[in-house]
Design a protein around this ligand. Structure first.
Ligand SMILES: Nc1ncnc2c1ncn2[C@@H]1O[C@H](COP(=O)(O)OP(=O)(O)O)[C@@H](O)[C@H]1O
Ligand SMILES: [Mg+2]
Length: 105
């Protein structure tokens, strides 16, 4: 369902490059609930953003439900994103609702 193969993400900047994600191999099956934990700055958000194409990997293959997210056309990516939900950490949360209600919404 979700297949990551030798995935790396390096941010290039003048003050030095950052290896945010380094050679990650991961398979998550349909229906499986999978958590990613780690210290602040460990690369969790970068990894998640690779799954819906908000970031492109520097190296490796990112596949979700048969779509190679880092290779598909823009039109196909838009279609694939309709099936990939993401809840951001800070933005767009409804304070009047519980965590469960936010996720359901
Ligand atoms: N757009 C970016 N440009 C440059 N560096 C970034 C960018 N986004 C994240 N980083 C760096 O990549 C590393 C991993 O960040 P991040 O994926 O946000 O980690 P986490 O979500 O685990 O806290 C950190 O060192 C962070 O500063
Ligand atoms: Mg984060």
């Amino acid at each position: 369902m979700i297949h990551l193969q030798n995935v790396s993400k390096t941010y290039l900047s003048k003050s030095g490059n950052v290896d945010a994600v380094k050679d990650v191999n991961l398979d998550i099956d349909k229906g499986e609930i999978f958590g990613i934990i780690g210290y602040s700055g460990a690369g969790k958000s970068s990894l998640i953003r690779l799954l819906n194409g908000l970031e492109l990997p520097t190296e490796g293959i990112v596949e979700v439900a048969g779509n190679r997210i880092n290779e598909v056309s823009n039109a196909k990516l838009r279609k694939a994103r309709q099936e990939i939900s993401m809840i951001f950490q800070h933005f767009n949360l409804l304070w009047s609702r519980t965590v469960r209600q936010n996720i359901m919404f």
